[in-house]
Design a protein around this ligand. Sequence first.
Ligand code: SAH
Length: 358
Amino acid sequence: MQHIAAILSKENFTKEDIIELLKAEGDDKLHLFEKALDVKQKNVQNKVYFRGLIEFSNICSKDCLYCGIRKSNPAVRRYNLSDDEILDAARFAYESDYASIVLQSGELSGKQFTKRISKLLDQIMKLSDNKLRVTLSCGEQSAETYKEWFDHGATRYLLRIESSNRDLYYKLHPHDDKHSFDTRISCLQAIKSIGYQTGTGVMIGLPFQTLEEMANDLLWMKSIEIDMVGMGPYLEHVDTPLYQFRNDLLPVVTRFDLTLKMIAILRIMMKNINIAASTALQSIDKLGREKAIKIGANIIMPNITPGQYRDDYRLYDNKPCTDENPEDCKSCLEIRIALANNDIAYGEWGDSIHYKQS
Ligand code: SAH
């Protein structure tokens, strides 16, 4: 306890400090979570901001070894929402006072895709009187494409690094031009320099991953001054190459616990960023997202993809809520967030304070 208290009172954590915190159990762990909650309350309040998540297509040109919608998985039924379906979902978010949406998809590139997103952005700005904030999460694109989307009204971009360790990255991705670690880093740099609120994140409990690499992920996020983070437990998917290592993984409850600790530590390290309570947490523990909210997270992404497609955006096995509708998600979350003693900030953008102050 003494030892953890000494670490928690420091201004800056070293890699060794973070590893100690990731190992904390019992009272030590509670102490970490209490400190994170205190930092959250003082810096971003007891508030949760909604980002309505529209998973608009699962068509993907990449072959990430962990991901259920990878190009080489023939078992996936591919879909692509129509523009009207996307706009209806955006309108639902706007009328429900969510204030922000996320457009996420598998990774496609090219002129046609770029123009489609630009046009959708124009239409979303129009239907919401410029009041909906839009986050894009459409993978690696050229700097010109990122700029074009920014000019059409997108203000936030999410691109998880997945692991900031190059060697581990290449154990999770094919080693080719389409899956280059350096390209991913330079995409993040381009996104940031264009002026987006920039988000990244990692998976936790990956095969081969060590506590040291997790600690370095957090230090890396701080070093690049990220504005938003989404981190979730790695969950195996039966139709992916990484599934072969399923017997070497940490138990899911340990991956869950490590994710909560990563969120808590990051909240202490980066006091005023936005941190998401990832959906993957909820597939391990029904109250997973609420638990994350209680120890530092302040963003939830209610799924507003039309119900009939949700089952096909299956990144990992046992993805929760695939049989629900947007309205069900809303009322379910209202109860859950109240249980976590937080208020839903309806109608507020909840821009990253870190971004505004930088
Ligand atoms: N094409 C976009 C969106 C990818 S899906 C992009 O490349 O950014 C969003 C996130 O889901 C990924 O970044 C990854 O971190 C997560 N994900 C994919 N497969 C997963 C799995 N098996 N377990 C946990 N998270 C996974």
